[in-house]
Design a protein. Structure first.
Length: 310
């Protein structure tokens, strides 16, 4: 992708900043981020001549002005935490759904070519039809998941009503360099890595037999770019298509680090699902696939990054 005007909402966050860093040299990038979870340090060159950063909440910024000359939107700005959404459901709806509808309206008014929306496997809830196909009924178990599912419906409706092109990417469990280990709601891999590097006992919620489908952040970035360039309108799972229990994950991290620490088991968290595994066959719609043999190498790369910041 070259010589395009691109808007990245949530562009200072974990995934958004990776997209910005990948595209910045060859495109004009506008980032909207309120710094609630994002960090300017995530951008390799925040003073890049191709970059404009608007440090505002997506609910407050003038979206008509921001999208006036935009070709593509990568929409990642969100309250991206299941536990936080349970604590603050109204705010979650306002940030995730209402702001998205406003963004879609501005995209239509300004003839944006396409929007790529970051959704989540949480929309499937406790659906037990593994591996999960995109056609499965949505069963959100948290306000966060419900807001993502609602956004997906709005994207489809704006395509049908106004011709706004879109691709929804349902991420499964993303990990990689740049992930925030300081958040109260940090994901399991950075929690394990940071705890063991700091000599602390890692925490596992539930019995650890819950399974997840992990996907590396660099694969997520390529999927976003491929989706923007494709002519596919619809929903696609972005995942490895392989399942791993939290206990198995812990053993791999422990072995990779050479640690002798054992986990501490805590009660299951509200809103957490038991199993998650994607059907990845539709990734071919955006000419994308994942190398299934790289997980431990990717985990090692992630660990090495965490070593540089701890």
């Amino acid at each position: 992708m070259r010589n395009k005007n691109i808007l990245i909402t949530g562009g200072l966050g974990f995934i958004g900043s990776h997209i910005a860093n990948e595209l910045l040299d060859d495109n004009q990038i506008v980032i909207v981020d309120n710094l609630s979870t994002g960090n300017l340090n995530n951008i390799n060159n925040p003073n890049h001549e191709n970059l404009k950063i608007i440090k505002e909440d997506i609910r407050n910024v003038d979206l008509d002005e921001v999208t006036s000359d935009i070709d593509y939107i990568f929409h990642l700005a969100a309250m991206a935490s299941v536990p936080l959404s349970i604590d603050k459901p109204v705010e979650c709806n306002d940030i995730n759904l209402n702001a998205t509808v406003n963004l879609l309206k501005s995209a239509v008014d300004n003839n944006v070519k396409k929007i790529v929306f970051s959704s989540s496997s949480s929309v499937y809830g406790e659906n037990k039809n593994m591996p999960l196909k995109e056609s499965e009924p949505l069963m959100p178990m948290s306000p966060y998941a419900a807001s993502k599912a609602s956004c997906e419906l709005y994207l489809r409706s704006f395509y049908d009503s106004y011709g706004l092109n879109y691709t929804v990417l349902r991420y499964f469990n993303v990990f990689g360099p740049g992930q925030d280990k300081n958040s109260q709601y940090a994901a399991v891999i950075p929690n394990f890595i940071s705890a063991m590097l700091e000599g602390n006992q890692p925490e596992i919620y539930g019995d650890g037999e819950q399974t997840r489908d992990f996907v590396f952040v660099k694969d997520i970035i390529q999927a976003n770019i491929n989706a923007a360039k494709s002519d596919y309108n619809g929903v696609i799972n972005i995942a490895s298509g392989k399942k791993l229990s939290i206990n198995q994950l812990f053993d791999i991290v422990k072995r990779t680090l050479g640690s002798d620490l054992e986990p501490k088991y805590l009660p299951k968290r509200a809103g957490d699902i038991k199993h998650s595994l994607a059907d990845t066959s539709k990734m071919e719609k955006i000419n994308f696939e994942i190398d299934h043999n790289n997980f431990e190498k990717q985990l090692e790369e992630t660990i090495n990054w965490f070593k540089t910041i701890l």
